[in-house]
Design a protein around this ligand. Structure first.
Ligand code: ATP
Ligand code: MG
Length: 571
């Protein structure tokens, strides 16, 4: 492609609302343009990168045995009512009506459509397992569209759905998808971790993993072991507690002492006013879940993990108690609540159970207690892991490494759905004994457009983007320094024709622009190799610039051709 013909405009500065580097650079380098909040056009450069990612995904999906289909974005609302998601999916669901006032939605995902499709086509175990996938535009009216393509309202997703006749079959399909995802993200040059995740709104109780691109701007916190490959979302990360104390001998230990702490209702206030370290304090939090009220104790420097508490209590939802409930359970307003003498169930985090003595609320306004002894002053009947992992915690997997925290961007998700959708939508098959059974499903998503911006987020410098060769819009960028110099023009043209005929994707900057402008734009666009055709052209010399390494060398044109041809094999 000759740059004189390329539909691209680079910008000196990015619009003020573009906060993240990928968003700024993709706009400045002319890869994308915004139409509305979270709605983007892919310009030719952006479209090429997107297509390369799509092709990698396609190759790996096909290789794993999945078959490509394309389902409609327009989906009848009845299907969503059948799956009972029409109302619960919330405001993200884009709804519309046709001319006959029939209700439709614009698909944010396709579990309903694909399950309805397969129930009409397959009725016997003989035709299972089946995995289908599509690469398609999704619509989600996100509350806060963010960072360009990272959180769009219209975006490109690869979604795959598997149907098996047995759970072991699903396990196998899941494994295949999991490893295909690894190959896809490796090939795209992404730095990522696969983490155990929580089952969200998709439903189902099955195992699921999220693939997280590691990046400071990620919205999710991922706990990662410094030694082994353990990685989990913060809410899922287990905490390995030390061995519980043997029966303690309390004789000789003094009784707790009350002290005055007016207006010191938070850990921070206690630290500032009374010079107490957070790790000396026990936080007593009162929760309600279902129709019970209970207390959770964690150390002052730890955070309650509501998911873990929820599981332990067997509640589908829990929340911090309202004022009246706190008063009723603890006899005092929050800030001075303590576990001693509490009548409700008390869940004790293992770190609290391991404290020799601690400071707690006194159960009386404006007072705290010093010298509270776990096991003596409150019961250790319900001890467990009820807190979020913290930086420096021992890895729960290898028990040697320490946990580090990273921010992550979720680029992919693999999920064992089980029979949630097949039961609701009646996707059944006849098993070997002729019995009707619901199909066992899995779903597997990759945010294609989010992947593009995640790679951009991880690969840039102060000049601009640095694409991995596998998804770069072009492999080589020839910069013709002086259009008016005939020798240069001819050499650049000949090189361009030669590379193109070798099948190497080449962009030729043949614009009548100053050298400075060309270098600047080339740095911004981020093609892996730049060949500068300048003063050495008559001697068949070019400057070879490796964009990532930042190295520059003057070499023979023939040598440059050999080098870039060699690169091709690693596509
Ligand atoms: P998030 O927690 O970021 O909202 P999600 O859990 O809603 O993601 P899924 O429903 O699992 O996402 O969708 C599958 C994949 O689609 C995600 O892993 C992500 O890569 C991508 N994705 C989801 N929402 C968006 C969006 N608004 N813009 C771009 N990509 C998205
Ligand atoms: Mg979401």
């Amino acid at each position: 492609m000759r740059q004189t013909n390329l539909f691209v405009t680079t910008l000196r500065e990015a619009p003020a609302e573009a906060e993240t580097m990928s968003h700024q650079l993709l706009l400045r380098a002319g890869y994308i343009r915004q139409l509305a909040a979270g709605v983007y056009t892919y310009m030719p450069l952006g479209r090429r990168v997107l297509r390369k990612i799509e092709n990698i995904v396609r190759e790996e999906m096909d290789a794993s045995g999945a078959q490509e289909i394309l389902m409609p974005s327009m989906q009848p609302a009845e299907l969503w009512k059948e799956s009972e998601r029409y109302d619960v999916y919330g405001k993200e669901l884009m709804k519309l009506q046709d001319r006959h006032e029939r209700e439709f939605v614009l698909g944010p995902t396709h579990e309903e459509v694909v399950t309805a499709l397969v129930r009409g086509e397959i009725s016997s175990y003989r035709r299972l397992p089946l995995t289908v996938y599509q690469i398609q535009t999704k619509f989600r009216d996100e509350r806060r569209p963010r960072s360009g393509l990272l959180r769009g309202r219209e975006f490109l997703m690869k979604d795959a759905y598997s149907f098996d006749s047995a759970w072991e079959g699903l396990d196998q399909t899941y494994e295949q998808m999991y490893s295909a995802y690894g190959r896809i993200f490796d090939r795209c040059g992404l730095t990522y971790r696969a983490v155990q995740a929580n089952a969200g709104a998709i439903g189902g109780k099955g195992q699921n993993h999220e693939f997280m691109a590691l990046s400071e701007i990620g919205e999710d916190t991922v706990a990662v072991c410094s030694i082994c490959d353990y990685a989990a979302n913060l809410e899922q990360a287990e905490v390995r507690s030390g061995a519980l104390q043997e029966e303690r001998d309390f004789s000789g230990l003094a009784a707790p002492v009350k002290f005055h702490t007016p207006n010191q209702k938070t850990i921070q206030q206690l630290e500032q006013e009374s010079h107490i370290k957070p790790e000396e304090i026990i936080k007593t939090l009162i929760y309600t879940g279902g129709d019970t009220t209970f207390a959770v104790l964690v150390r002052g420097d730890h955070e309650v993990n509501e998911l873990k508490v929820q599981k332990y209590m067997g509640c589908s939802e829990i929340a911090l108690a309202e004022y009246e409930n706190v008063q009723e359970a603890a006899g005092v307003e929050s800030g001075y609540v303590g576990p001693a003498g509490m009548s409700v169930t008390v869940l004790v985090d293992a770190a609290v159970a391991g404290m020799a003595e601690a400071i707690t609320g006194a159960g009386e306004k404006d007072y705290h207690l010093r010298g509270v002894v776990p096991g003596r002053d409150f019961t250790l009947q319900h001890v467990g892991d009820f807190r979020n992992a913290a930086i420096g915690d021992t890895c729960p997997h290898c028990c040697e490494g320490k946990l580090e925290f990273h921010q992550g961007i979720e680029v992919g998700h693999v999920f064992k759905l089980g029979t949630v959708y097949s039961e609701k939508l009646g996707a059944n098959f006849l098993d070997t004994a002729g019995r009707s059974q619901p199909m066992i499903m899995g779903c597997y998503g990759i945010g294609i457009s989010r992947l593009l911006s995640s790679v951009a987020e991880q690969n840039h410098d102060d000049q601009g983007l640095i694409w991995p060769l596998s998804i770069a819009p072009y492999a080589v960028h020839i910069l013709l320094m002086s259009v008016k110099d005939e020798a240069q023009r001819e050499a650049a043209e000949a090189l361009y024709v030669q590379l193109t005929s070798l099948g190497i994707e080449t962009l030729l900057d043949d614009r009548d622009e100053r050298a400075g402008v060309k270098f600047k734009d080339s740095g911004l666009i981020g093609i892996p190799v730049t060949l500068v055709v300048g003063k050495g052209a008559a001697e068949q010399k070019v400057e070879y610039i490796d964009r990532r390494a930042g190295t520059k060398e003057v070499i023979d044109v023939a040598e440059a051709v050999v080098r870039v041809s060699g690169m091709k094999t690693s596509f």
